[in-house]
Design a protein around this ligand. Structure first.
Ligand SMILES: [Zn+2]
Length: 258
């Protein structure tokens, strides 16, 4: 029996006052909030696990109550966040861009090697955090395959998961990633992961504005909270289609007051 899994997507986890360098405050969750989230998961009997661990374990952990944790962008602040996960016996996937690894505000290869020693799964978020739906096919292929080679070269383990920056996927991208050696794509589409369908794994984004009640609702699989977020995701996708990407981003920024 396969179990449906909730996959959460985090970004920067700043420990101090600000979101950290190159981190968008809208997407950042403070370290103290993140600790509270982890404690909530543990209280609800859910073990935080990486998507990779779940893919590797297959049917043997199918019945184990878990929540999958992923982090996009490889922010330096993820180092302390991961230590909190290890303290609770869990694991997570970190999607990094080889083009920014080791630059100011981002995790270094040495830190990623250290995290991998503690069970972190280091995965690809493309080479340079570029929007794949607005570039030629050859460049899309380069971003997907070159990032994989560099991560394997640096860590000795090839990534098996790909997360497109900003969730922007050109048509057929999941299939292309699969052909280039990945097992699945972690997208930004909102939804619960039916583990039998592994080519595209939907995720719930945990943002600065995500309340404890909302997260608890997702973790408890409250139809109300899940349904609301699914509907919101659909509205955003439709909005993007109607407005076009440029106008959509302008409207989004205005709505967020940025
Ligand atoms: Zn990103």
């Amino acid at each position: 029996m396969t179990r449906d899994t909730l996959v959460l997507m985090y970004h920067a986890i700043p420990g101090g006052s600000g979101p950290g360098i190159h981190a968008d405050g809208h997407y950042s969750v403070t370290l103290s909030t993140f600790r509270r989230h982890l404690d909530m998961m543990v209280t609800l009997g859910l073990k935080p696990r990486s998507v990779k661990d779940l893919l590797d374990a297959g049917a043997s952990v199918a019945a184990e109550p878990v929540v999958a944790l992923t982090f996009d962008d490889g922010h330096e602040s993820n180092f302390a966040a991961y230590a909190e996960i290890v303290r609770r016996g869990g694991s997570a996937d970190l999607f990094v861009n080889p083009g920014t690894v080791g630059t100011k505000g981002y995790l270094s290869w040495a830190q990623l090697r250290e995290l991998a020693r503690y069970g972190a799964s280091i995965q690809s978020h493309s080479l340079h955090h570029v929007f794949l739906d607005s570039m030629p096919a050859a460049e899309v292929q380069h971003q997907i395959s070159e990032s994989r080679w560099i991560i394997e070269d640096q860590l000795g383990i090839p990534p098996c998961l790909f997360a497109p920056p900003n969730g922007r996927m050109p048509a057929g991208m999941a299939r292309l990633a699969f052909e280039l050696g990945y097992r699945a794509v972690c997208s930004s589409r909102v939804g619960v992961w039916r583990r039998a369908h592994t080519l595209e794994i939907p995720r719930f984004a945990v943002l600065a504005g995500t309340s404890d009640a909302q997260l608890a609702g997702w973790l408890r699989r409250s139809p109300w909270h899940l349904g609301l977020s699914l509907a919101r995701g659909r509205v955003l996708t439709a909005g993007k289609r109607w407005l076009g990407e440029g106008r959509y981003q302008a409207v989004r920024r205005r709505l967020l007051g940025a």
